[in-house]
Design a protein around this ligand. Structure first.
Ligand SMILES: Nc1ncnc2c1ncn2[C@@H]1O[C@H](COP(=O)(O)OP(=O)(O)OP(=O)(O)O)[C@@H](O)[C@H]1O
Length: 483
């Protein structure tokens, strides 16, 4: 079993399976962490671990509860995590990374930092949005497209309270001032300090549902803050503002999620390793479960194939047998009465009494499945040599033509059919092959009638089934015949 398990684990399919699940887990964890619902995810992981543990230890009760509740739980998870699932699906089609900002934008973070603190000094309220990888179009409403080269004067005048477009957010994308006056989705979070009103809740709202970086300058208190992944951070000085922008650009241009500020450098590596370890644990518990050797009995039909043309089966023959197998549960589960057949190969059969055996080969069982027993396991058959002959078809004419009429010709098509008979019987005399009855008194001057063949039970058609025959009958008045 252990060598079986290692063989399974070391295959490329298993490695691909484990890698994809682990990366998926890592991606789900990061999205949920960004959205602040990772604790619920952790709860789910704990439940999964409990299930795996119960499975390994063979705790039937817990395993039963989990497997029976899993469908209901799945619906519950879909409802609870609906916004997160939506976010994950959106992220999965977002580009894996953003083009890194070119050297021509090097001065931009400092220019923005200066603008932030100049606005704070006035004080003048402002919101700056720096997109990450996620598309923002769905969340930004209103707004005026600008696409202008950034300059301190332009930024300050955009937020000047005398300017009609000062309300809302300024979008800074690809080193340019892409647009201004955008309304952002308002957060429902109750975690922000009391003094923070709709401007800050708008900054928080966008950062909760996307990976954008949002700076907010408070009009009342002249303070600068930024929101990232639904978290508020104070910006004490220009240096911190520049750092926040460059870190954000770096994260958006990287394939791997960047560790949060303050987190240790190796956090991502630890998270990845944990995801892999959890996956291997979960995966191996499933594989071990599926590799468990079990026994199973199935009622199976018997089919007789490749019977030589000169041999016929006579007497009773079994049509089914009950087979008893042992093998890995995963393979036995898929073997049912619908897809199992005992095929008895009669290609080498000789006339006389012969015994055939139900074997692994006659069932074509998968490699790891063994046949333990079959009932019956021996099939006794009587086989007889046959002869093949051509026999004329005689139409079965019933009664007499109408009064005054007489039959002048009867033609049958085909005139002969090939018949297979057991050798002894065939040699004595050819069987009488006729048609379904044709009632002469119902015919007019003539007719062509399609009939079925009628033959004795021991005469079988050589080319199954019997062909239909056409009987052409011509009648004329009796006087015409005597003339
Ligand atoms: N959804 C929104 N998107 C963008 N900007 C908004 C949004 N809602 C409000 N604002 C801006 O916030 C201003 C109102 O700020 P409010 O005083 O309520 O918030 P605040 O967080 O207390 O900020 P401040 O400290 O600057 O007063 C509005 O005039 C508008 O410019």
């Amino acid at each position: 079993m252990i060598s079986n398990f290692l063989q399974t684990v070391l295959g490329w399919r298993a490695l691909t399976d484990i890698t994809l699940i682990a990366l998926g887990m890592f991606f789900v964890y990061h999205t949920l962490r960004r959205l602040g619902t990772w604790k619920m995810f952790l709860g789910l992981v704990m439940a999964m671990l409990a299930y795996v543990g119960a499975n390994i230890l063979g705790l039937e009760g817990i395993t039963w509860i989990f497997s029976n509740l899993s469908h209901v739980a799945l619906i519950g998870i879909i409802i609870i995590f609906q916004p997160e699932i939506r976010k994950m699906l959106e992220s999965s089609v977002s580009p894996a990374r953003r083009e890194p900002e070119g050297p021509e934008h090097e001065g931009l973070p400092m220019m923005i930092a200066d603008a932030l603190f100049s606005l704070a000094k006035i004080p003048c309220g402002a919101i700056f949005v720096f997109p990450g990888r996620d598309p923002l179009e769905r969340f930004l409403t209103g707004g005026v497209p600008l696409n202008a080269d950034p300059s301190p004067e332009l930024i300050l005048s955009l937020f000047d309270t005398h300017s009609p477009g000062h309300d809302g957010a300024l979008l800074v994308r690809d080193g340019r001032l892409a647009g201004y006056g955008f309304r952002l989705p308002i957060s429902k979070s109750s975690h922000l300090p009391r003094e923070m009103g709709t401007r800050h809740h708008a900054g928080m709202g966008l950062s909760e549902i996307t990976d954008a970086l949002v700076f907010v300058v408070s009009e009342e208190r002249g303070l600068v803050s930024f929101f990232k992944n639904g978290k508020l951070s104070r910006v004490p000085g220009r240096k911190e503002a520049v750092e926040a922008i460059t870190d954000h650009w770096k994260a958006a241009a990287s394939f791997l999620p960047q560790p949060e500020k303050g987190a240790k450098k190796w956090t991502t590596a630890v998270e990845l390793v944990t995801a892999f370890m959890l996956t291997i644990l979960l995966w191996s518990s499933v594989v071990i479960g599926r590799m468990e050797i079990v026994e199973k009995s199935v009622e199976t039909p018997i089919v007789y194939v490749s019977l030589p043309a000169n041999i016929a089966l006579s007497g009773a023959k079994p049509t089914g047998t009950r087979i008893h197998m042992a093998g890995p549960k995963s393979q036995l589960d898929s073997l049912t009465a619908d897809n199992l057949r005992v095929r008895i190969d009669l290609s080498k059969a000789q006339p006389g009494k012969q015994t055939f055996f139900v074997s692994r080969e006659s069932l074509n069982l998968p490699k790891k499945v063994d046949l333990l027993d079959a009932d019956p396991s021996e099939i006794n058959l009587s086989l007889e040599e046959t002869v093949d002959m051509e026999v004329p078809v005689t139409p079965q004419l019933v009664g007499q033509p109408r009064q005054g009429w007489t039959v002048v010709s009867v033609a049958v098509k085909p005139q002969k059919v090939r018949v297979v008979m057991k050798k002894g019987e065939g040699e004595q005399q050819a069987p009488a092959v006729t048609t379904t009855p044709i009632y002469l008194d119902s015919l007019g001057s003539g007719a062509t009638i399609r009939c079925k063949i009628i033959a004795p039970p021991d005469a079988q058609p050589s080319d199954k089934p019997w062909p239909d025959v056409e009987v052409q009958i011509r009648l004329i008045p009796v006087e015409a015949k005597t003339e």
